[in-house]
Write a new protein. Structure first.
Length: 392
């Protein structure tokens, strides 16, 4: 399953036209509160020139507001440009409210929201109340001041400070994303260093021995061909052993582990927009082979959930259980998606069964919700050795 092209991650600028349109719609939907000044213009209480100027002023205000909030949430603008835009919006709100009347005081709510969305908290915490105070000051001079203050003062305060919270959440999300990328890079660097160190330990002695024996065989060739042949045989043996050691090391690096696959499952499900309940680490220590089989099975199961299930939630559990044949470790992957298609098992399930057979494990599948047939649950079981099982 590919990530939805229309989704925009928190703190991420839109990259496609669909994402841009979705973001513009999300920001523009709040313009529904502009109904008061629009109704005031449509009712025709003002002279023609006032209506024309009011329409122009409203269009300029809305355009400036959308441009400021849209651009700033995509990419931080220059602070001087942000303050200039906020000053322009505030001045325009004051002029239109004083000129055209009480219905236009709603513009101050948008000024307050713009302040919360674009300015640091240290500045917004006093500027939002200041904008609200200007709203109240102009409102008490008009008609029905109590109703105006009640209807607009609290939305201005709450809207402005709510946007500061959203802005802080976006900043925190960006920092977490950068920190995660840094951790991944550090882990990759550490893995490269470990691989280099292990290869040096594996090959350093062997290659040094091969070099020395090659030089010795070269010196023996003219006068002692039998001894030179023995050295060459030793070189062949050492090189074969070095090749076996390298293959063993590479196999160990390639072997999947349960902690690694659990972390990978958490990342894959989150990237696909699926709510995940994943344990942090295995509850039991397993021998290498059963752990590898469960790790491969977990990878295949999560891949099926991401690509084919259409699920909104996936739960992964890893727990020991006592059976008549002894203790087993059960890995359960359950989703709330569309369920099994009713067709024969695919290559993925067949491969899981074949791997489990090598460690005397079993595979069971069922619908997560038996009554509706929705969802798909996969249970993989491997036996626990008695020695490991008793060390609790």
């Amino acid at each position: 399953m590919n990530e939805d092209e229309t989704s925009v991650g928190i703190g991420s600028p839109p990259e496609r036209r669909k994402q841009m349109r979705l973001k513009a719609l999300w920001i523009g939907i709040w313009l529904a509160f502009m109904s008061a000044p629009v109704k005031d213009l449509v009712d025709g209480h003002h002279p023609a020139w006032a209506t024309a100027l009011g329409t122009l002023g409203l269009l300029v205000f809305v355009g400036s507001y959308l441009l400021l909030v849209y651009r700033h949430t995509s990419k931080a603008l220059d602070p001087v440009r942000v303050r200039s835009a906020l000053a322009f919006l505030g001045a325009l709100a004051v002029v239109l409210s004083l000129t055209l009347g009480t219905p236009w005081l709603v513009l101050f709510v948008y000024v307050s929201v713009s302040v919360g969305a674009t300015l640091p908290l240290s500045t917004a915490r006093w500027l939002i109340p200041a904008v609200t105070a200007v709203l109240i000051g102009i409102g008490v001079t008009g008609e029905h001041p109590r109703e105006v203050i009640t209807a607009l003062a609290f939305p201005a305060l709450l809207g402005g400070f709510a946007m500061t919270g959203i802005r802080q959440m976006i900043r925190t999300t960006i920092q977490l994303r950068e920190a995660r990328a840094t951790v991944a890079q550090l882990a990759a660097n550490e893995e490269r260093l470990r691989l280099a160190r292990d290869l040096h330990d594996l090959l350093g002695h062997s290659l040094s021995l091969i070099t020395l024996k090659s030089e010795l065989a070269g010196r023996m060739l003219p006068d002692h061909p039998e001894q030179a042949a023995a050295q060459v045989a030793d070189i062949e043996q050492v090189s074969r052993q070095a090749l076996v050691d390298v293959r063993s090391a590479v196999t160990g690096y390639r072997r999947p582990t349960l902690p690694g696959e659990l972390a990978g499952a958490r990342t894959a499900l989150a990237a696909a927009g699926i709510a995940a309940d994943v344990p942090v680490e295995p509850v039991e220590e397993l021998p290498e082979k059963p752990e590898e089989v469960l790790a491969w099975g977990l990878r295949e199961a999560v891949t099926n959930v991401v690509r084919h299930s259409g699920a909104r939630r996936c739960t992964i559990t890893l727990a020991p259980r006592q059976t008549l044949d002894g203790r087993v470790l059960e890995l359960t992957v359950a989703d709330d998606g569309r369920g099994a298609s009713g067709r024969a098992p695919g290559n993925g399930l067949t491969g899981i069964k074949e791997r489990l057979t090598t460690v005397d494990g079993t595979l069971a599948t069922r619908a997560t919700d038996p009554r509706s047939g929705k969802g798909f649950t996969m249970v993989l079981s491997v036996p626990l050795e008695s020695g490991l099982g008793s060390a609790e």
